[in-house]
Design a protein around this ligand. Structure first.
Ligand SMILES: [Mg+2]
Length: 241
């Protein structure tokens, strides 16, 4: 995919944030949640290994399946049916039924953890004081997105919150229609808007293809995208304002 890098707006009025791993620290919250569930499932599975090995197996399975989703090879439903069962297979304690039970417990419990990406509140406070309109544009599920935003006390900052499954045709980032849909909600204009996100394809390629400038948050500093607006700390977003 060829990336067209749009010029930075002369005046930014609206800032669209991805949620998971851009503001809400999904990686950290997932780890905390699984740490708490681990003793119970270690017992149920008669698993003898330690948490770190278990977590690594989850992470591998999860990352692999998210890549499959990004390629359009599978949907979210099959990720939910596969990530724990396949992690348990890799750990040599195969058990589909307990894998699915663990998936449900994970989804039910993760929203109790509300660690934010470092610098989130500083960035949101600063941009709000500059009278910019802030928004969330997430590929997550409506109910999960809104619970995360509520529980982490982020809602007062946002003029709009859009989850991809609100779109009538269930269109997700990186497709331009979902950006169009999100901007239309408040009458924002793409020439005066930017997108900030951690997912290269969904957030950055998606936004730039749509015609909206973006900032790539690459906290692991692991990508080789040669994209000029790349930051490795969220706070560095403020350098653009
Ligand atoms: Mg993300």
């Amino acid at each position: 995919m060829i990336l067209r890098e749009n010029a930075w707006p002369k005046e930014v009025r609206d800032v669209y944030f991805d949620l998971d791993n851009t503001l809400w620290d999904h990686r950290k919250n997932a780890k905390l949640c699984l740490q708490d569930l681990f003793p119970e499932y270690k017992r149920k599975l008669h698993y003898s290994g330690d948490f770190d090995t278990f977590y690594l197996a989850y992470e591998r399975s999860n990352d692999f399946l998210w890549d499959e989703i990004a390629k359009g090879a599978i949907n979210k439903e099959s990720l939910r049916n596969r990530r724990f069962p396949e992690a348990l297979d890799a750990l040599e304690v195969p058990n589909y039924k307990i894998g699915i039970e663990l998936e449900q417990a994970f989804l039910d419990n993760i929203i109790q953890y509300n660690e934010l990406i470092e610098g989130s509140l500083d960035v949101l406070n600063f941009l709000s004081q500059k009278k910019l309109k802030l928004h969330i544009l997430s590929n997550g599920f409506v109910e999960v997105t809104s619970r995360k935003v509520e529980n982490s006390a982020l809602s007062p900052y946002f003029a709009s919150i859009t989850s991809a499954d609100e779109h009538p045709k269930n269109i997700r980032k990186p497709h331009p229609e979902i950006f169009e849909f999100a901007l239309k909600k408040t009458g924002a204009n793409k020439q005066h808007s930017i997108m900030v996100g951690d997912d290269w394809l969904a957030d950055i390629v998606g936004s730039e293809d749509f015609g909206m400038a973006s900032v790539f948050l690459d906290i692991p500093n692991a990508s080789n995208k040669n994209f000029s607006r790349t930051i490795t700390r969220l706070l560095d977003l403020l350098l653009y304002f």
